[in-house]
Ligand binder design. Structure first.
Ligand SMILES: [Zn+2]
Length: 329
């Protein structure tokens, strides 16, 4: 008997098979949308990836499937509604997998899955108050408060990437809202934020003498690795942008802390996992106190790394009672 965990992200879909102790015994990742946005192709590829993993293991019976997915979701119907970071909408993942594999399928927001993974297998084993934050193409979160996973009316209780960090309406988010955290420091939007800073704060002259201009004449094409590489080479503008990023991330982390009062904030996502802590995570810890009322939490990189969502999806498949009854009927 095995459990299946699925992590649906904007760029990658990860599938894993776990034994009855939750130990991953096989996994595979595929691109979420290799071609241009056909949700049927996406579902077919997801199914065949799971099937091939099972076939290689000669696994006979699947007990349940857990899915952590980019949102927002309609948790009741197991549908990915429309996400700011994918060009497709209304993807009926839950129903499709249920029909194909004929087992219960439990689907939650990816960061909710991550915080569940953290609680069962990672940094949250010894605390009832933990928040997970992903810094990735988008910014998202999951929260456990007093041992309760937070879901909300539709399962989207912790959409922290859309916390307003700037009510001045300078930048517009992929979701359509103004001043959202994700519009500034997410992987997808860092180029637009860089352009904003160049045009409105630091000036084009500074950009032209910066190492950053070697990557692209147009600051809106700048990516995280460019800023980090330039900062490592002591580029002044890159350092200033790193400071601006840290300031906004600190406001986001502080808001999360003021709202959920966590003991631990575990951080994942490619920006946090692939860049040096002294440029991304440490400056957040240094600046967070200017925005805090609550006691500062421990801020750390998730020990589960890239597997954090998938581990949560497995934990969910094994412990479906975590999901409130209203979403399971
Ligand atoms: Zn938004």
């Amino acid at each position: 008997m095995v459990y299946i965990g699925v992590d649906i992200g904007a760029t990658w879909v990860r599938c894993a098979v776990a034994d009855t102790n939750g130990k991953i015994i096989a996994k595979k990742k595929i691109r979420t949308l290799p071609d241009y946005g056909d949700k049927n192709v996406m579902l077919l590829r997801l199914k065949s990836t799971i099937r091939s993993l099972l076939k290689n293991l000669d696994a006979k019976s699947v007990e349940a499937i857990g899915v952590g997915s980019i949102g927002p979701l309609d948790m009741r119907r197991g549908i990915i509604l429309r996400t700011p970071n994918l060009p497709i909408e209304n993807i009926p993942v839950g129903e499709y997998l249920k029909k194909e594999f004929n087992v219960p399928v439990y689907i939650v927001n990816d960061c909710t899955a991550a915080v569940i993974g953290e609680r069962f297998f990672g940094a949250g084993k010894n605390t009832e108050n933990i928040v997970y934050i992903t810094l990735s193409s988008g910014i998202g979160g999951g929260a456990i408060v007093d041992g309760n996973v937070l879901f909300g009316k539709d399962g989207n209780a912790v959409e922290i990437g859309h916390i307003v960090v700037d009510y001045d309406r300078k930048l517009r988010c992929g979701c359509g809202g103004y001043g959202h955290w994700e519009a500034y420091t997410s992987g997808k939007n860092i180029g637009i934020f860089t352009r904003f800073l160049v045009e409105n704060v630091y000036g084009r002259d500074k950009y032209d003498v910066s190492i950053l201009s070697r990557y692209s004449k147009d600051p809106s094409n700048i990516k995280y690795p460019d800023i980090v590489t330039a900062a490592k080479e002591n580029d002044t503008l890159a350092f200033q942008i790193i400071e601006e990023i840290a300031e906004i991330n600190a406001a986001g982390f502080a808001t999360v802390t003021n709202v959920y009062d966590p003991e631990i904030i575990s951080v994942g996502g490619s920006i946090a996992l692939k860049n040096p802590s002294e440029l991304i995570l440490k400056p957040i810890g240094d600046k967070i106190e200017e925005f805090l009322i609550n006691r500062k939490p421990k801020i750390l990189i998730t020990p589960l790394g890239e597997d954090v969502v998938i581990m949560g999806a497995v934990a969910l498949a094994m412990n479906p009672d975590i999901i409130p009854k209203k979403f399971r009927d």
